[in-house]
Design a protein around this ligand. Structure first.
Ligand code: ATP
Length: 356
């Protein structure tokens, strides 16, 4: 299959820089996701890989081969966009076989056999003669996926393929897409602004912001060890606190925030800050435990006032005021008034360090 590499890729449109010096390697067979807010450059990255546009600077290679000047139809890619883009006047089978207009079906099978194979793969066997208007949104996207996969592409490119669908359908379809991708082992580049979706389906994720890649990692790495304030707050909820290191002992930092001092585990990755450094650390809402004020514990304590809450079924999301700062917690019980929140040094992660 195929390894995809972007090296120092920049894309400008006039004065606007859509992508700024992006370098990424997507491994053979990997499900790799670009996630970030609107306008951060996700679609531009995908269009450059597809060959719909050319980089202003930098290099894109497929298995080490520079693809500059290679047109999209000769790159061995399959693309699925947000809006199904099926031909309304063609049957499902005709739409899928349209994917074979530039190449014969792989494996020496006939076009008809290939179409049946793919429709079974996307769980639409028997739908050959339907028209797209007779299908649900999710079914239409599965036809679009079958069409993209028909020629046996080296690389599958998916640009927000589920964003037009309702929440329940989106969750089901993302599971199916992931399963199909696993089964075929096709190198996949997936674009979404939905951080939960990115965590759910990906082998690795690149979080993008303002045309740059802020962090690349497994979903768990990105969630547990965000390296910048942007990543820490874009992926999942977070409580970010800024303070100054006032002590350091055996991998645990004492960080002063206003009058309070918190114990924060310094990650053993060579970025341990010195005493005096300004740092930002994050504590996930689900790590804040509500405790009795009198209970003894060695952990960090915060006395805060509940300002509002949102009942979400499984949990309640609570907003609190602590010395004029807003914190969020997740609880199972409704809370009101003044409460004590506790967290351990291990529950906090350093996000940024300014060595001053
Ligand atoms: P969205 O989630 O909204 O699709 P995105 O992360 O995919 O956003 P891009 O479409 O890659 O973002 O756009 C990145 C930046 O480049 C944006 O600021 C956008 O306005 C700009 N841009 C994209 N295409 C063009 C173009 N053809 N001409 C000028 N500017 C463009």
């Amino acid at each position: 299959m195929t390894t995809l590499d972007l090296s120092g890729v920049t894309k400008r449109y006039g004065d606007a820089t859509a992508l700024n010096d992006v370098s990424l390697t997507i491994d053979d067979g990997e499900f790799f996701t670009l996630v970030g807010p609107s306008g951060c450059g996700k679609t531009t990255t995908l269009r450059l890989v597809a060959g719909f546009e050319s980089p202003t600077a930098g290099r894109i290679t497929f298995d080490g081969r520079d693809v500059r000047g290679v047109p999209p139809e000769a790159r061995g890619i399959g693309v699925v966009f947000q809006n199904y883009a099926l031909f309304p006047h063609m049957s499902v089978a005709e739409n899928v076989s349209y994917g074979l207009r530039f190449s014969d079906p792989p494996g020496g099978v006939s076009t008809g056999e290939r179409v049946s194979e793919l429709l079974s793969l996307v769980d639409l066997a028997g739908f050959e003669d339907r028209e797209p208007t007779e299908l649900s949104g999710g079914q239409q996207q599965r036809v679009a996926l079958a069409r993209a996969l028909a020629p046996g592409p080296r690389v599958l490119l998916l640009d927000e393929p589920m964003s037009a669908l309702d929440a329940g359908l989106r969750e089901r379809l993302r599971g199916q897409v992931k399963e199909i991708q696993r089964e075929l082992g096709v190198t996949t580049l997936y674009v979404t602004h939905d951080q939960e979706e990115a965590l759910a389906v990906s082998d690795r994720v690149a979080v993008m912001h303002d045309g740059r890649v802020e962090q690349v990692g497994t979903p768990r790495d990105i969630y547990d060890w965000p390296e910048t304030s942007f990543v820490a707050s874009f992926v999942g909820d977070n409580n970010l606190l800024e303070g100054q290191v006032v002590g350091r002992d055996d991998g645990v930092l004492d960080v002063a925030v206003d009058e309070a001092v918190f114990s924060v585990t310094a990650r053993a990755s060579g970025r341990e800050p010195n005493v005096g450094a300004d740092v930002t650390f994050g504590v996930r809402p689900e790590r804040l435990q509500v405790v009795d004020e009198g209970a003894s514990s060695n952990g960090n304590r915060v006395r805060a006032r509940v300002t509002r809450s949102e009942f979400l079924g499984e949990t309640t999301r609570v907003w609190l005021d602590w010395n004029g700062r807003e914190l969020t917690a997740r609880t199972t019980d409704a809370l009101a008034g003044a409460v004590t929140l506790a967290f351990e040094a291990d529950d906090a992660h350093l996000v940024s360090v300014d060595r001053g």
